[in-house]
Design a protein around this ligand. Structure first.
Ligand SMILES: Cc1ncc(C[n+]2csc(CCOP(=O)(O)OP(=O)(O)O)c2C)c(N)n1
Ligand SMILES: CC(=O)[C@@H](O)[C@H](O)COP(=O)(O)O
Ligand SMILES: [Mg+2]
Length: 615
């Protein structure tokens, strides 16, 4: 019988003898590998913190104590330990467990998450609430070395150090972000990790910990004095945190002993823990980048299942940018810690001097790019739609207001599938639409993406190009030579007098298919590929009004503030009836892309049905 079989709640887990925790860690790793090999998910990060998760839950008393995960992609062991073992097989499936901590899913998920670097601010918020309400609980934030590069993490640190709240920040340092670590903070942490120092210091900590067990804040003061002597000017100490570490993150007994002692310290403490990303599964240890966010894979061989051979929008963007950069030495590319995801890793190989991975710092990426543009360069920032939310003010204040020619390559626009509500690119058309000076476009296929990139770089204006996860299935237009588009000009793909589809991006194809279905019912639909949300091609709207008064807009974006509303506003008073297909005013759940697109009406059949209802 497995140890895990006896654990149905954290209370069961607390009854396990300390000497059996190592075996439990093994079982949890097996369970995670088994399920993620079928469902896909964030394997490497979750495997890396199995031991740490066990130690935290062994020492702290969740849900009374608050455990806050940064990003939350490493929370699988936490989920298994907190009453969700039996549901774990549903992780990332529609109606199943979320891939991230979620307050509505479990009382053990103290704070919902998915984006990086929020945990310290969240921990501080809990600490202030606790103290003002005179409650008594512990607060633990677990943040990765990558997430620590985010400015928000430092905003949290500086405020927490100032308020001197009782909270523990565990810095989970695996020396990896999704990709290779970058930046000065990573360099600083690496200095603390030199093997000799780590080992020597861990011995010191263990000795001290056992001598001062139970002394609470006097233990803290002692450690602080020793630490300041050993590492004068240390960053975290100077920011008001007691820094402990670095300590080995795979020795559960050591970890529990250290946590037991830190538990009683009343000041803000930062415990620096060293872990290995992918720990316990050789293929993931060897290639943590591939196993960061992985699809189905074969456990034995570590081979990742290949989907259909598709050329993604991301790849077309990457190839086209490289091609254009060959003849334009002013093109520079910026990523916020997502080189593989955005395809800029290939650009980095070709043009290392013109490539910048700024860490998890989307706001900085945009301001940095704005000034490069002011300095005469042609910056392209490739950032996922959901993470670009972090940079809205930078887009407005630093780029658009100054009318600087920065290109925003907004990947993963629209639904993304299994990552769910924190990650769908549901809002970019809405949050960009109201910004003056900005040109906003969305390609209907890969070739149009090529054209749009060329157009944007040629425009000398701020431009956003939003494109979805995956591939367009038209495929026929792929890799034609790119041309410059007329800004603000749509294209009519099909002419019909009964109804008019106005489509944005990948749903141009869906509308073409819907119009095929309508033809079978003798309904003739026009299909317009809008190409530009801004400037909106109002001439085509006027032209189409001469043919029909019935319009359907289709966009994979929130309906509020998006393309459909803009069209509706323009056509108001014209006698036109406009139905809008888009995302409703709620956070869209997780599930496969196919399932979600069907559910929210982005299929030829449901669009054709809507048209028939209108006629
Ligand atoms: C604001 C934001 N930008 C980017 C991401 C994408 N992202 C998820 S995990 C990750 C790397 C995190 O590195 P680290 O904190 O060290 O955790 P590890 O993956 O190493 O466990 C990135 C860039 C995100 N979730 N949120
Ligand atoms: C946790 C996180 O934010 C990333 O790992 C994200 O899930 C990656 O998404 P893709 O798999 O689409 O690159
Ligand atoms: Mg890391």
């Amino acid at each position: 019988m497995k140890i895990l079989d006896n654990i149905n709640s954290p209370q069961d887990f607390k009854k396990i003898k300390k000497e059996n925790l190592g075996d439990l860690a093994k079982e949890i790793r097996e369970e995670i590998i088994n399920i993620i090999s079928k469902n896909g998910g964030h394997l490497a990060s979750s495997l890396g913190v199995v031991d740490l998760s066990i130690a935290i839950h062994y020492v702290f008393d969740s849900p009374h104590d608050k455990i806050i995960w940064d990003v939350g992609h490493q929370s699988y062991a936490h989920k298994i330990l907190t009453g969700r073992k039996n549901k774990f097989k549903t992780i990332r499936m529609h109606s199943g467990l979320s891939g991230f901590p979620k307050r509505s899913e479990s009382e053990y998920d103290a704070f919902s998450v998915g984006h990086s670097s929020t945990s310290i601010s969240a921990a501080l918020g809990f600490a202030v609430a606790r103290d003002l309400k005179k409650e008594d609980y512990k607060i633990v934030a677990v943040i990765g070395d990558g997430s620590m590069t985010g400015g928000l993490a430092f905003e949290g640190l500086q405020n927490a150090g100032h308020l001197k709240k009782n909270m523990l920040v565990i810095l989970n340092d695996n020396e990896m972000f999704i990709s290779q670590k970058v930046g000065a903070v990573a360099g600083y942490l690496a200095k603390l990790l030199t093997a000799g120092m780590a080992q020597k210091f861990e011995e010191k900590i263990m000795k001290t910990v056992s001598r001062f067990h139970g002394l609470g804040s006097s233990f803290g003061k002692f450690i602080k004095r020793v630490k300041v002597m050993l590492f004068p000017g240390m960053l975290f100490e100077e920011m008001g945190f007691m820094y402990i570490g670095p300590v080995q993150g795979h020795n559960i007994n050591n970890l529990t002993a250290i946590l037991e002692n830190l538990k009683d310290i009343k000041d803000p403490v930062l415990l620096h823990v060293i872990t290995k990303k992918g720990k316990g599964y050789a293929p993931a240890e060897k290639d943590p980048v591939k196993f960061h966010s992985v699809g189905k894979f074969d456990i034995k061989s570590g081979k990742i299942a290949k989907g259909e051979a598709v050329v993604t929008y991301t790849k077309v963007f990457s190839d086209t940018l490289i091609e254009l950069a060959q003849s334009d030495s002013k093109i520079v590319a910026v990523t916020a810690a997502m080189p593989e995801g955005t395809g800029l890793d290939k650009f980095a190989e070709k043009f290392p001097d013109r490539y910048f991975d700024v860490g998890i710092a989307e706001g900085h990426a945009i301001t940095f790019a704005a000034a490069m543009a002011a300095g005469g360069m042609h910056p392209v920032c490739a950032i996922y739609s959901t993470f670009m939310q972090r940079a809205i003010d930078n887009i407005i204040h630093d780029v658009a207001l100054q009318n600087l020619p920065v290109v925003f390559a907004i990947d993963r626009a629209g639904l993304v599938g299994e990552d769910g509500g924190t990650h769908h690119g549901a809002f970019d058309l809405s949050y960009l639409n109201y910004i003056p000076n900005l040109i906003i476009m969305s390609p209907s296929d890969e070739n149009e993406l090529q054209n749009m990139l060329k157009t944007a770089l040629n425009s000398n204006k701020p431009c956003a190009i939003r494109y979805p996860k995956g591939a367009a299935s038209i495929g026929t237009a792929l890799y034609k030579s790119s041309c410059i588009l007329q800004i603000g000009k749509s294209t009519v793909l099909r002419e019909g007098n009964n109804i008019c589809f106005l489509a944005v991006g990948n749903h141009v194809e869906t509308c073409l298919k819907a119009s095929d279905l309508l033809l079978e019912k003798n309904v003739n639909a026009s299909v317009v590929n809008m190409r530009f949300l801004k400037p909106l091609d109002v001439n085509i709207l006027k032209e189409m009004l001469l043919k029909t008064k019935k319009f359907i807009t289709v966009e994979e974006n929130a309906l509020i503030g998006g393309f459909g509303e803009t069209v509706k506003a323009f056509l108001f008073g014209s006698g036109a009836v406009v139905e809008c297909i888009g995302l409703p005013d709620k956070f869209i759940e997780h599930g496969s892309l196919k399932f979600l697109r069907e559910k929210y009406g982005f299929t030829p059949k449901s669009i054709a049905e809507k048209a028939l209802q209108m006629l």
